[in-house]
Design a protein around this ligand. Structure first.
Ligand SMILES: [Zn+2]
Length: 204
């Protein structure tokens, strides 16, 4: 019995999957023995449907490549992080070093740049603050009506980071009237032309 190729082609997928009846199977096999075209069709089907499994060697190579890539990425990341940390540390050290350098500079460095008028410069910058300090540190603060630093009376000297500043403070006292006192202040240099002042010392 000659079966048309068309019919055989319809059966081929079932034959290939071994889900057709024994009769169909026999028909297909008889046809294939005589028909090269349908044999070829079956081979094509087999090739298409067979997914070639990965060979063991290939799998290892793929894994190794993936691992190497991950390792490389991790290493690059670690290198980058280490570099960033090193740069940050260097910047911090420089900043800290610069800060300490400026902080530890002697008063002379600031005063020298001011060309002789340093006492006046510091007086102008701090006399109001120091006068307030003098009043608030005074035993009879309540009796002091007003107080002013007398410009022109200022003198200063320094040693290392310490500055000694003195000037007259004239104030109106409720009972004693106008009083002028010579007041000394001791400052510790903390930054350019910047001092931390201790309380007033009144000349006895
Ligand atoms: Zn055929």
């Amino acid at each position: 019995m000659k079966i048309p190729c068309k019919v055989i082609r319809d059966l081929l997928p079932l034959y290939h999957d071994e889900v057709c009846s024994a009769e169909s199977r026999q028909l297909v096999e008889e046809h294939l023995e005589q028909c090269e075209a349908c044999r070829s069709e079956l081979r094509t089907m087999e090739e298409r449907l067979h997914v070639r499994p990965a060979q063991p060697g290939e799998e290892d190579a793929a894994n190794a490549a993936s691992k190497a890539w991950k390792k490389g990425t991790r290493r690059a990341f670690r290198k980058g992080a280490a570099l960033a940390a090193a740069v940050l540390l260097a910047v911090l050290l420089l900043a800290a070093g610069g800060f300490l350098y400026v902080r530890n500079m002697p008063v002379e460095r600031d005063a020298g740049a001011c060309g002789g008028g340093y006492a006046t410069f510091i007086f102008d910058k701090y006399s109001q603050e120091l006068t307030r300090k003098f009043v608030s540190g005074s035993m009879d603060e309540a009796s002091i009506i007003s107080a002013d630093a007398v410009r022109g009376t200022q003198e200063a000297s320094w040693e290392g980071r310490t500055i000694f500043l003195e000037f007259d403070i004239r104030y109106e006292h409720a009972e004693r009237g106008t009083v002028t006192e010579r007041v000394h202040f001791v400052g510790q240099r903390v930054w350019f032309d910047t001092y931390d002042w201790s309380g007033a010392i009144i000349e006895g």
